[in-house]
Every structure is written in C-alpha cells, then in structure tokens.
Design a protein around this ligand. Sequence first.
Ligand code: NIG
Ligand code: FE
Length: 419
Amino acid sequence: MQTLFTNISSLVTVNSNGSIKIFGKEMSDIGEIKDGALLFDDKIIWTGTSIEAEQSLISGKFIPDKIINLKEKTVIPGFVDSHTHIVFAGDRSNEFAKRLRGATYQEIASEGGGILATVNAVRKASIEELVENGYNIAMSAIRHGTTAMEIKSGYGLDLKNEIKMLEAIKKLKEILPITIKSTFLGAHDFPPEYKDKRDKYVDLICNKMLPAVAEQKLADYCDAFVDKGYYTVEQGERIFKTALDLGLKLKLHADELADVSAASLAARMDAFSADHLLFISDKGIGDMKQSGTIATLLPGTAYFIRMPYPPARKMLEQGLAVALATDCNPGSCFTENMQIILSLAVINMKMTAEEAITAATLNGAAALELSDRMGSLEPGKEANFIVCDTSSYTDIFYHFGVNHVSEVWVKGDKLITNY
Ligand code: NIG
Ligand code: FE
C-alpha cells in the first residue's frame, strides 16, 4: 500500500547521498524540504515538494492508495538510540535521592551501590520480569520517537545471569515492533565474588562467557567499561581480542569518569563506536579521526550525574562522526526520551539543531550498522519516521521538555498516535 503525505511544513530527509556515516561539517546538511511531500510503502519511494507531488498525481505518475494532508507538521527520520541499558530490575531512586543531598556517583558505587545494586536485583529477577521492564521502557521510547535501539547486558556479571539478560534482549527483538541490536557487556563492573581477583574475572569473560555468547549468537557487539576504577586498557584489550576472534564487533564505554586513553583503544581495535568520552584527550580525538570510529555522546549522563559535558564542538571541528544516544539506565541516566538528549546536546554541548538531528538519526544508525537501511528518508530505506506537531524542526529544541511526537511510523505502518 502506497501513502502520500503532502503539505509537510518541514520535511527533514538527512540526506546521506549513500554515505554510511556523516563526519564533522557535513553533519549540518540535513536536506530540509519546505512544504514537502513523501511517498512511501514499507520503504521510502520518493521525497520532494508538495507542488511536485501534485504534478505527479495529475500526470498519473503517482497512484497512491492514500493521501494524507499533514497540515503544516514536521517529519523527520525516527531516532536511533544506539546506547541503552534498558533491561534491568530493581529501583535506585534511593541513590538518586542521596546524590541530590550531595553524594557523587562514584561515592555511591564505592559503598556497594551503583551498578552492583542493579546486579543484585537482576540476579534475583526472572527473565519474564526483565522482558516486561525492558518492553515498557522501549515502548515509552517509541512514543518519544525512537524507531531502532541497542540494548546491553552487564547487570548479571556471571555466566548464567549475563545469558539471562541476553535472552531477555533476544525476546525483546522478537516482540518489539522496532529493530533492536544487542550488546554483551559482561565487563561492566567486577562482580563482588571477584572483588579482589579482577584478572580472574577477565579470564572468566574470555574463556567462558564470550565463547558461550558467540556460540549461542546472543550478541551483535561486545562492550567494556574501560575507565578509572573499572577495567584497565590492558584488560579491555584482552576482552576485545577474544571478542574479535569469536566474530563479535566492538563498542566501548570510554573515558567517562577520567581520561584513561580508552578512546585510543577503541580506535586501535576498530571499534564501531566509542561512547561517553567526557574526558577524551586531544590524542584520543586524533586517533578516532584516523580510524573513523563514531563518537557516541550521551549528554543525559553528564547532566544526570553532574559531570562536565564531552567536548562535542572540538570533535565536530576535528571532523569526527558524532552520534547521540540516551544511555538509558537506572543509575547514571534514567531517560528513554531522545528529544531531551537533543535539547541537552544543543544547549549544553553547543551542537547546532542540524548536527544534533544527524547525530540522533543517521549516525546513530551507523553506530549499529543499520544506516544502509534506516536513519534518513531516502528512496529504498525503511519508512521509519516521526511526525512532530510543530511547523519547523527547530521547535523541537525551542519548546523543550514536552513530547512533540504525534505519530511514529515504522516500515510504513503507523505504530503510535500520541494525543
Ligand atoms: O553508561 N558507565 C557505565 N555504565 C552505565 C551506568 C550504569 C549504572 O549506573 O547502572 C553508564 O553510565
Ligand atoms: Fe552506558
């Protein structure tokens, strides 16, 4: 079934012209068509102006089954949230309250809270509970405009519970109406039983966990938290070499709490993305430029744990491909709303609206190797887009803190209508 949208006040195509990711300056060109029109079935067939669409209707070139007058709304590609931890159990609002009274994220972690608090809850939870929690957050993300998403394990920290988490993600791949990619993050923290023998836990990851995950095809990527107080560069490198040998591709939590040269590790190991990067050094930026590694920025985390924002302007000026994602998790950033992330990116990281949109769509898709089939509105790509109740894309940033998404379309089907 073919549908034609007409009278789109602002149609943002994020035209990639066939590029799988977009670097630095080029991120400013989002291919906006004013008074636009869009023809699609499950894929995008054509984009242009309403006048061109009118002519094609008259000449019989377009014979859509349905014509919808969008009445001056904005259409942009659906957001691709390439970094989340939405499968979890338990509640850490008590930690948040402590942080509001002055405790830092690291202080809470060193008292046995933080990631390990969620590990305790996940170990006790059933797979059904994990699926239900993840499903509810993912559906809320979709209502806020997300049309593809990555989900990480990392709150099991032993073979049985990491597999349980990945099986929950596998189930979510089946039941959610959007594309999901899964990431094994057994190296998220050290479990309490390996507190004083960290290298032995790295042995367990390399000798038992990664081979099981690869054999059961439970993950698309392997990630590790290489940072001060967590995994060292050497431990990260060992894990990554094993993962690569087993056919898994790499992502990395890099330089979030301090500069430990994790960005350079990501570049050296050809990771698809290095994420966070609050404390990235100039050398790290240079190495990522050389390798073309995507810099996935998560400004919600800097906001939520009151840390300095990553140097987005410097990265863009140096020509990196920047992506934006939520990092949605119960400790360091509890939001599944990509619109909030865009607002933080433009106000606090000084990205332009155009750069932020490219980062949250095409480059997010690239960070999950999906940009050949989504992330922009170009003929042949999946018809994944959102209709916003605004007359220009700038209003998504200008009128902040509300949900502008009135409709979410995935593969040409309307999934959500928000009233
Ligand atoms: O991306 N950096 C490590 N992991 C998460 C935090 C997870 C948590 O606190 O539960 C992050 O910030
Ligand atoms: Fe994260």
